[in-house]
Design a protein around this ligand. Structure first.
Ligand code: BGC
Length: 701
């Protein structure tokens, strides 16, 4: 470990060392929550109180930036041995431990996990990734990515959970709680980060109501409910100020209103611009090395431009992160055996199975009838591709990837599985397709089409499936009436034209290292699909608000995704929350109690769910709330969801609780959230466009 203090002893800079000790800090409720207990918080704060007067200014400044040298694939913010301050080593990321650390479990991308609508599964995945990160020498995982998917062309769509802040909040909270059993999690990228190609410079103009209701609630949740260890500021600028210098976002909202007690770090290399602006706004840690911090920060303190108290507050936070999360007493290890364990790999497979969304299956070709299967043809550009997602910072390098072809071969012993590696072009191909009991086309996007900018592909050029792949599907569909298309991508594809031409469509996202097995098990009916779209699939890109990834200034209004399509009364190709099953479900008997509630009340919506088909399956019951008032509101917004496993013919009651305060709108005049006394419509059903049950709740003044 670097012995920083030796460097400092060689060139002591005494300002700050021996200065008046900062006032002893009794832990606030937020610090107690951050630290996990009052006793621990008290101990940590006393320790920091004792350390601060002993640290020189250069010690303090050194604790506020990372080191350029990557150690074992981690990015360290270096500690100081002499003071018992451990290094804070960081590693990506959202779908598993980043490739720089070597082989690790590659889970399905976060968008796929969003499609599970299952926070409990996400908690297990967070824990597994946290465990692997800790065993890779890291104390911090640079995940979850939890930005709102404003438009499916966003290059990093796959890294987040979906388009809806309630849904993102539920999944991200679970990830954080799971991961933080082993490491600190990092809520990123704070905030309003949803364009890649201009991410380093774009300024997003957003009104306060939209900011508060659409772009921030899920971040608030992981801070306030999840005690997330760290927050990463986004590259972009919001309302004229870069996120790393944004006083409103960092000091007023995150650290002020939400009482975040941990450190805010910059995004890598290009996330900082100005020493004074960043330190004043509350950027605590510049990563991965000092550009505007380090010497320039020290100089600014010495020149009286940045108060020492500002530096002390940041140092307190970076120390609190280490001590509250026991980085000193339970340091990360290097334990290869803890990565890609059979349990984690199995969990990656389970998550993939649960993430697959059956989009169409009108004639019931799926599940393929095993008993009658003799020959399957597997074709399409991605049939035998290890297609697990972006090659940017979220990239993971597993030891193996099961491709769809390999998965089908393994899952269908006794069935002849033929790989047609190019579009059919000969009489022999025609005969092969005509003789097949099923033709599976694996199509979609890869890391050449979408990903992080600067280091990978950036934003998508369109929502269309590439023309050569459309032609390939059509060539197959012209020769067989038993065609299943499996699509892989990070977010929506506009494939409406193909729907009537093929027998079934399954959306597989980037399904991780065990994806091929999961696809095979769903196609063969070993698993009944239960994934639900965590974003709307529009019929045409023009139905969505424009995606401007060339301008340096863009404006965001309150509507995107399903909210936008509801407002303009345009039907999506596939709605938010949509997904078919091999069985059918019916909901009935909605009871919302109490029907009259006050602003601090809670209502319980209960309905019966029946499996009306012939197979066991899982249903995701969704609750949306709408209604008009004086304050601007969407037609409806997701406010709760719950899952239930049902045998054929079985009925069970499902209850979803809604706190009335969660229905509050941002009142610009009052500069606060306010629950308007009004009638609120509760709608319950299977997607944002399939809501057969209604009830009205009157909120009283
Ligand atoms: C990305 C972050 C990532 C960091 C480190 C940045 O370019 O935006 O999400 O954690 O690099 O890899």
């Amino acid at each position: 470990m670097r012995t920083l203090s030796r460097l400092i002893l060689a060139a002591p800079i005494l300002l700050g060392c021996g200065a008046t000790p900062p006032a002893s800090s009794a832990p606030t409720a937020a610090i107690i929550a951050y630290c996990g207990s009052e006793a621990r918080a008290g101990e940590v704060e006393r320790r920091i109180d004792g350390l601060l007067p002993r640290l020189s200014l250069s010690d303090k400044v050194a604790l506020m930036h990372g080191s350029i040298i990557q150690a074992d694939g981690t990015w360290p913010a270096v500690g100081i041995d002499e003071f018992g301050i451990p290094t804070l080593a960081m590693i990506d990321g959202p779908r598993g431990v980043g490739r720089a650390a070597g082989p690790a479990t590659a889970f399905p991308v976060a968008m796929a996990r969003g499609a599970t609508f299952d926070p409990e599964m996400e908690r297990r995945i967070g824990e597994a990734i946290g465990r692997e990160a800790h065993a890779s020498g890291a104390a911090v995982i640079l995940a979850p990515t939890m930005n709102v998917l404003r438009h499916p062309r966003w290059g990093r769509a796959q890294e987040t959970y979906g388009e809806d802040p309630h849904h993102i909040g539920a999944l991200a909270l679970a990830f954080v709680e799971g991961a933080q059993r082993h490491v600190l999690a990092t809520a990123k990228h704070f905030a309003v980060n949803s364009i890649e190609n201009t991410r380093l410079k774009v300024d997003v103009t957003v009104d306060e109501q939209t900011l508060r209701e659409i772009y921030l609630p899920h971040f608030r949740r992981v801070v306030v409910e999840g005690r997330v260890g760290a927050v990463m500021a986004a590259y972009n600028s919001v309302n004229g100020s870069f996120c790393s210098e944004n006083d409103h976002l960092l000091r007023e909202i995150l650290k002020g209103e939400w009482s975040f007690a941990g450190p805010v770090m910059s995004d890598w290399l290009w996330g900082t611009h100005d020493t004074l602006a960043a330190s004043r706004a509350g950027l605590d840690l510049e990563m991965p090395f000092a550009k505007v911090y380090g010497d320039p920060l020290q100089g600014a303190v010495e020149a009286g431009q940045v108060p020492l108290s500002t530096v002390d507050d940041s140092v307190r936070r970076v120390l609190r992160a280490r001590f509250c999360y026991r980085v000193d007493t339970a340091p990360p290890t290097h334990d290869l055996a803890a990565r890609e364990t059979p349990d984690h790999v199995a969990l990656a497979g389970e998550a993939a199975e649960r993430s697959l969304v059956l989009l169409t299956n009108p004639g019931g070709l799926l599940p393929l009838a095993r008993a009658k299967l003799r020959k399957i043809v597997v074709t399409g550009k991605l049939a035998d591709s290890a297609n697990i997602g972006d090659r940017g910072s979220s990239s993971v390098m597993p030891s193996h990837v099961v491709t769809p072809l390999a998965g089908l071969r393994a899952a269908a012993p006794g069935v002849e599985v033929v790989h047609l590696a190019a579009p059919p072009s000969s009489p022999a191909d025609d005969a092969l397709l005509a003789a097949a009991d099923a033709v599976i086309v694996i199509a979609g996007l890869t890391s050449d089409d979408e990903g992080e900018a600067q280091v990978a592909a950036g934003d998508r050029k369109s929502l269309a499936l590439p023309a050569d792949q459309v032609a390939w599907i059509r060539a197959v569909a012209a020769r067989s009436d038993r065609v299943v298309v499996v699509l892989e991508a990070g977010a929506a594809l506009t494939v409406g034209d193909l729907v009537p031409e093929v027998e079934a469509m399954l959306f597989a996202w980037y399904p991780g290292m065990e994806g091929g097995t999961a696809i095979a098990r769903v196609l063969l009916g070993d698993v009944n699909p239960s994934g639900r779209l965590p974003l709307v699939f529009p019929a045409r890109e023009a139905d969505l608000p424009p995606f401007d990834n060339t301008s340096e200034k863009v404006a965001y209004g309150p509507l995107h995704g399903y909210r936008h399509l509801d407002e303009i009364h345009v039907a999506p190709l596939f709605p938010f929350g949509f997904g078919l099953s091999y069985t059918t479900f019916a909901v009935a008997n909605l009871l919302v109690e109490p029907a009259t509630a006050s602003a601090n009340g809670t209502v319980r919506a209960t309905c019966d769910v029946t499996n009306t088909g012939a197979k066991g399956g899982r249903h995701t019951v969704q609750l949306y709330v709408g209604g008009k008032g004086a304050l601007r509101r969407p037609v409806r917004a997701l406010r709760g969801f719950s899952q239930v496993d049902l045998n054929p013919g079985e009925t069970r009651a499902v209850t979803i609780e809604v706190k009335i305060e969660d229905l509050a709108s941002w009142d610009e005049g009052a500069a606060a959230f306010r629950v308007e006394p009004a009638d609120y419509t509760f709608e319950v059903g299977a997607s944002s466009r399939d809501l057969p049950l209604h009830a009205v709740v009157t909120v009283t003044p």
